[in-house]
Design a binder for this molecule. Structure first.
Ligand code: MN
Length: 325
């Protein structure tokens, strides 16, 4: 079963429906994610940055991986590469990822888990499907979100937050038909486990057919709804939204998402991400894996990387192969 679920959502804390005085945030733009290849050759859908949505402050990028059923030897990852100036947040719904970094860190992310990596001043890492997933094939589904760091925090020391699926804050909608996994930030007075330098809210919700999720959302935050899988509508006006589409919502203080009465996907539910945050409102210059505040800092990042100042690949991983290969 993908992601973390509970047998009976009715026992979970409920997100109280916002009052009549609340202003529902209406969709302002609908973006259809574009497909592209990443890493050693895996396909991602990327709603932003894109031609339709260049700026999603305080976020930089959202990559949707899968959902895909890999054949044996088909799964690929991203071999060693650097990052500086932001945080990568990898959330897995299905499958297993392993990662290593230049500081000797690393671990395994299983379905339902989130790996939060603050690249800060710089880190080298790899992100690969688990050996068994590569050998045998199998389902894979995940997302990677890039959260920008304010200029003053771009040089913090790299660090990880490994959030197990069991640590996520589990909530349900007022009608009990939606399961909400709060990954970071606050939702309707409940707090998720992820800790961020810049305030955000990030949740994965599964809505049963016909269910509605209506939740308060801070008016000073941006607000977006991305469909991982399934069919539904967003806003009081019920704008249709389908897999691979992102709705950028306008001003207000609540979000509403409704699942279509029939779902034809693997989980039988509308799977959405709710995300937004307080805009950092600073200049952003992105060059590949570096997100800085100006061109000079980008040049410095390239030089520092080439000079090995972001660390080096640990000796036991240099070959990239298994012992004896
Ligand atoms: Mn990376």
């Amino acid at each position: 079963m993908p992601a973390v679920t509970v047998e009976n959502p009715l026992v979970l804390p409920r997100i109280t429906r916002p009052g009549l005085a609340a202003t529902d945030r209406a969709p302002r733009t609908i973006v259809t994610a574009t497909k592209q290849m990443e890493g050693a050759g895996f396909e991602v859908r990327r709603p932003f940055p894109s031609m339709d949505l260049r700026d999603a402050d305080p976020f930089i990028l959202l990559d949707h991986l899968g959902e895909v059923a890999y054949e044996p030897e088909e799964a690929k990852g991203a071999p060693w590469h650097p990052h500086r100036g932001f945080e990568t947040v990898t959330y897995l719904l299905d499958g297993t990822f392993v990662h290593h970094d230049s500081h000797g860190g690393g671990g395994t992310i299983n379905e339902g888990d989130t790996q939060w990596m603050t690249a800060g001043s710089g880190v080298l890492h790899d992100e690969l499907p688990a050996e068994e997933l590569v050998a045998k094939g199998g389902w894979f589904h995940g997302v990677q979100l890039w959260v920008n760091l304010p200029r003053a925090q771009k040089w913090v020391d790299p660090r990880y937050q490994d959030l197990r699926g069991s640590e996520l804050t589990m909530l349900t909608s007022d009608d009990g038909g939606a399961l909400v996994r709060l990954i970071a930030g606050e939702l309707a007075g409940h707090r998720g486990p992820g800790w961020t330098y810049t305030p955000i809210a990030y949740a994965h919700a599964s809505l049963n057919p016909g269910a509605q999720l209506n939740t308060p959302w801070p008016s000073e935050f941006t607000a977006m709804v991305y469909v991982l899988s399934g069919e539904g509508t967003v806003g009081a006006e019920r704008r249709p939204l389908t897999e691979g589409q992102l709705a950028v919502l306008g001003p207000g203080d609540s979000i509403s998402v409704t699942a279509a009465d029939r779902q034809h996907n693997r989980t039988g539910a509308l799977e959405v991400l709710l995300l937004g945050g307080k805009p950092i409102n600073e200049r952003v210059v992105q060059y590949g894996p570096f997100v800085m505040s100006d061109e000079r800092e980008i040049l410095q990042a390239i030089q520092d990387y080439q000079a090995g100042k972001m660390g080096s690949v640990p000796a036991e991983h240099v070959s990239g192969g298994r012992p004896g290969e």
